[in-house]
Design a protein around this ligand. Structure first.
Ligand SMILES: Cc1cc2nc3c(=O)[nH]c(=O)nc-3n(C[C@H](O)[C@H](O)[C@H](O)COP(=O)(O)OP(=O)(O)OC[C@H]3O[C@@H](n4cnc5c(N)ncnc54)[C@H](O)[C@@H]3O)c2cc1C
Ligand SMILES: *[C@@H]1O[C@H](CO)[C@@H](O)[C@H](O)[C@H]1NC(C)=O
Ligand SMILES: CC(=O)N[C@H]1CO[C@H](CO)[C@@H](O)[C@@H]1O
Length: 437
């Protein structure tokens, strides 16, 4: 019997899944490529981490691999008409409480790239951009990393536009929640089953399911009896709060031309905090510093962190304690002038974590035909234009050894103690105390 034509099911329409679909259909226009996601791609609200008002786009990394990939992605954002409308080159303003600035600058040099980038003393930094960060918290800051080449992207709009382009080129899109993976008699993965009971079959199944990945693998392990499917300690679902404020017309000029703000801390002090420039609706956005798991018993005796089940991962229900986290984020950037600002909108955003903060882009070692391409670790969005190229190389076995080892399903994983963003809390510890009845 002749081998079946390759066909692809990609579960998850975030940046990892959509980028993979786009790169596959461009290289193989006749191939069968199907994205399956629980949300319609143009829905008004979605659970994907990739669906957001805005995300930071930068190549300012102390890890030279992500620095290089960041530069590659930004080259696309700056030149390709599909991506260009969504990228805003505002520059970045990054307070450093360790040697981060020097490491980043060293990487640009190593890669032979000129970036408009330098590390400047605090007193000089305070005066930049009309003094927008003049009242920020500079406690412990050694220097401020400043440049012109980084910026942000209108994340949700970009995701919608690129998904549309993939569909135009022939990718199919199915709105369904995947309940479990399907396996052939020889143990290879043959596709997925939806909660409605429909089987969707393909020779290649790619999980780009973000924070939901460990739970989906647990359920599939239980149903198939293939216990090696489980993610174990490779992937942990983590959530973080974001908050937004609508600027008044008269406030807008102060912030209109601001760069992306980042407050960097050492691993002992905690995760870095960000403040993004206003969107077209005059909204400033922050992300907080409290990063949590939601560890639950998904099956008898099986505990994994997963986003809440209730509609939409419960992403719009934010406790007072988590709102406080955003107030803190607001104040470390704008000090007294922002004390009276009301945050109008909050969201919890869920992503998948590995202890090294590397992605997993790898065949799954427990079943042929099954691949994993996710784990953005709160930094995956910016690679949207290019990450699918690497996923495709992984599927075809042509990924460089360096990347294949870095992104492998099975590899040595470090202790997360030096990874400031690793989820260390539990969501339940930030619930407001219920009123006594
Ligand atoms: C608050 C916050 C701020 C961030 N800021 C930045 C930033 O500034 N810059 C940056 O580069 N990155 C940032 N990131 C990280 C980035 O958003 C993520 O790393 C990236 O979007 C992850 O993409 P993904 O495709 O793996 O997952 P997702 O975007 O989460 O997509 C997963 C998709 O899978 C679907 N899915 C899951 N399970 C199932 C199922 N069983 N059946 C059907 N569908 C399913 C979901 O519906 C979802 O659409 C941030 C993340 C957060 C949370
Ligand atoms: C965590 O997720 C579980 C499963 O969906 C849910 O029952 C629980 O309420 C969530 N925990 C919190 C604190 O939201
Ligand atoms: C070193 C450098 O070029 N710094 C610039 C970073 O970007 C801002 C905004 O464009 C400029 O004000 C800085 O001079």
């Amino acid at each position: 019997m002749a081998a079946a034509q390759p066909s692809y099911i990609i579960v998850g329409a975030g940046v990892f899944g959509v980028s993979t679909a786009l790169h596959l259909i461009k290289k193989y226009p006749q191939a069968s490529v199907t994205i399956v996601d629980r949300d319609q791609h143009d829905a008004d609200t979605r659970v994907a981490a990739s669906w957001d008002w805005n995300k930071v786009v930068r190549a300012d990394y102390d890890d030279v691999v992500y620095c290089q990939l960041g530069i590659e992605a930004q080259d696309v954002f700056k030149s390709d008409p599909l991506w260009k409308p969504y990228f805003f080159e505002t520059g970045i303003f990054w307070t450093c409480r360790d040697d981060y600035a020097d490491a980043v600058i060293g990487n640009y040099h190593k890669l032979g790239r000129k970036a408009d980038l330098k590390s400047i003393p605090v007193e000089e930094a305070k005066k930049l951009h009309g003094g927008v960060f003049g009242d920020a918290d500079y406690n412990g800051v050694k220097s401020v990393l400043i440049n012109k080449t980084s910026g942000w992207a209108a994340a949700g709009d970009c995701l919608r536009a690129v998904t549309k382009e993939a569909l135009r080129l022939g990718v199919k899109y199915v709105v369904a929640e995947v309940a479990s993976l399907l396996f052939n008699e020889d143990g290879s993965c043959g596709g997925v089953r939806t909660i409605g009971g429909t089987n969707i079959e393909a020779t290649h199944t790619i999980l780009s399911t973000g924070a939901y990945t460990p739970k989906l693998l647990e359920l599939s392990a239980e149903e198939s009896g293939i216990t090696r499917l489980r993610a174990g300690d490779r992937i942990v679902a983590g959530g973080i709060t974001t908050g937004m404020k609508v600027l008044d017309e008269d406030e807008l000029p102060t912030y209109a031309a601001m760069p992306v703000g980042v407050q960097g801390y050492t691993a002992e002090l905690g995760p870095f905090i960000g403040s993004l420039p206003p969107t077209k609706d005059r909204q400033l956005k922050w992300w907080g510093q409290t990063i949590f798991k939601n560890t639950t018993e998904v099956l008898p005796g099986r505990h994994v962190s997963a986003p809440p089940e209730r509609p939409e991962y419960n992403q719009w229900k934010i406790s007072k304690k988590l709102k406080k986290d955003i107030e803190h984020a607001r104040d470390v950037f704008y000090g007294t002038k922002s004390k009276s600002w009301k945050m109008e909108k909050h969201r919890i955003c869920w992503d998948a974590f590995t202890t090294s903060s590397d992605f997993i882009i790898s065949p799954h070692s427990a079943a042929k035909g099954l691949y994993v391409a996710t784990c953005g670790n709160f930094h995956g969005w910016k690679f949207f234009p290019i990450i699918g190229k690497y996923v495709m190389q992984m599927i075809e076995g042509s990924l460089s050894t360096e990347l294949a080892d870095k992104w492998a399903w099975d590899r040595e994983r470090p202790d997360p103690k030096d990874f400031a963003d690793y989820p260390r809390h539990e969501l339940r510890d930030f619930e407001d105390n219920r009123a006594k009845l």
